[in-house]
Ligand binder design. Structure first.
Ligand SMILES: Nc1ncnc2c1ncn2[C@@H]1O[C@H](COP(=O)(O)OP(=O)(O)O)[C@@H](O)[C@H]1O
Ligand SMILES: [Mg+2]
Length: 389
């Protein structure tokens, strides 16, 4: 076995030795010392003594294969179950290859025959170095997982902040701009009614058209910022979205739901709405589909929203595009309410499923805000508007 690249040469090793023969113990320690290793060692020959000794810190465990009343493989199991496992080498007078292979698979760092103790010092060094590498790798993996977790939390926080900020801007447009435009529209209409001057009438009519257009633009901007249609409930919002999608794209879009209304925890309707919105945008942009289905169901305490198309399908590489954040954003969004997104695709099309377990009924707000008056449905417009003028 090639020795580990530039292993740090140890001057003193703490070796726990499970060995019933004092003679073999002396012999093996002598081999280690001859290999340049200073050894502090304890020999034990029973399970209780072995377990007790493991309370102490050790650099490595060497173990005989056959120990009366105990066994090297049982000792290996004990070492593996430690909170901080130790490197472990099995040493035997006559170890079969199959047993040796099984021991290595089980986590032994190495195995040796008593007839070949010249290999002991390098084997010990190698086992310790490999063990340390493993620990370093584990630590790096853990750091990576922590860093991923932090990144995901940050992405979720950003997502939520953006939603809140957008809702606040939409509210301001509604209250400020909306209020003023509505008042202006009433005033112009009044002028139109009360003036008989043709020129004034003409100007007022033009002004009315401009104001009407400004109101339409504000509605559109408000809807993009915050889908107030959600105040009518997720079911109504998705139904509206499906109808509007079909109208705009001429792609058949069917919406099915298990319930006419749903009581959902706050936050969930917006996540579901944005998921459907992104899925439909993707279908328009990428799928070349002729049929789309949106299925909403609430069963066994889990909300499930499925958007499927019969388009061209996608490949893993599509999801890895460095500038594509739509689906990645959906995963983070789903996490903000304890849910997840599954995506499956074949030549027959693509299906995106959002699942959100609704764990307990506590703290559930109705989909409807506390004192929102559901605005009236208005053709293809989001009723996130300030009345029908
Ligand atoms: N319904 C779909 N049908 C076919 N391809 C899709 C579909 N949805 C997504 N894709 C593919 O997955 C990629 C990543 O999607 P997404 O993360 O939403 O980013 P973007 O839409 O900005 O490209 C898309 O670029 C597209 O290639
Ligand atoms: Mg997209």
């Amino acid at each position: 076995m090639p020795s580990h690249a530039a292993p740090a040469r140890r001057t003193s090793l703490r070796v726990l030795h499970l060995e019933d023969s004092e003679l073999d113990h002396e012999l093996e320690m002598a081999h280690l010392r001859r290999g340049g290793v200073q050894v502090e060692t304890l020999r034990v020959d029973s399970e209780p003594a072995f377990r007790a000794a493991l309370e102490e810190p050790w650099d490595i465990v060497l173990s005989d294969f056959n120990v009366p009343g105990f066994s090297g493989l049982a000792a290996l199991e004990i070492v593996k179950a430690l909170e901080r496992p130790l490197p472990f080498i099995l040493i035997s007078g006559e170890i079969g290859e199959d047993v040796a292979v099984a021991a290595m698979r089980n986590g032994a760092g190495d195995y040796l025959l008593k007839a070949n103790l010249a290999r002991l010092a390098p084997a010990v060094e190698h086992a310790i170095a490999a063990h340390e590498d493993g620990l370093a790798r584990e630590q790096a993996d853990q750091q990576l997982a922590e860093s991923r977790q932090r990144l995901s939390e940050l992405a979720q926080h950003l997502q939520t902040s953006v939603d809140n900020e957008r809702a606040a801007i939409a509210r301001e447009i509604h209250d400020d701009v909306g209020g003023s435009l509505t008042a202006l529209k009433f005033d112009i209409a009044w002028i139109l009614r009360h003036s008989s001057d043709a020129q004034v009438q003409q100007r007022a009519q033009a002004a009315l058209e401009v104001v009407t257009q400004a109101i339409e633009s504000s509605k559109r901007i408000m809807h993009n910022l915050h889908p107030a249609i959600l105040e009518q409930g997720l079911v109504a919002a998705l139904q509206w979205m499906a109808t509007r999608f079909e109208k705009r794209t001429s792609v058949a879009c069917v919406f099915r739901t298990s319930h006419e209304t749903m009581q959902l925890p706050s936050g969930v309707p917006l996540v579901a709405y944005r998921t459907a919105q992104e899925a439909l945008t993707n279908i328009t942009k990428h799928a070349n589909a002729s049929r789309v289905g949106i299925d909403l169901s609430l069963a066994a305490g889990t909300l499930s929203l499925e958007i499927s198309d019969n388009g061209v399908g996608l490949r893993d590489a599509d999801l890895a595009k460095s500038r594509s954040f739509g689906i990645r954003g959906l995963h983070e969004r789903a996490h903000t309410v304890g849910g997840w997104v599954d995506l499956s695709s074949s030549a027959g099309g693509t299906t995106l499923i959002l699942s959100v377990p609704l764990a307990d009924a506590q703290g559930y707000a109705s989909e409807f805000g506390p004192d929102t008056e559901p605005p009236r449905f208005e053709d293809s417009d989001d009723p996130s508007v300030w009345g029908t003028l």
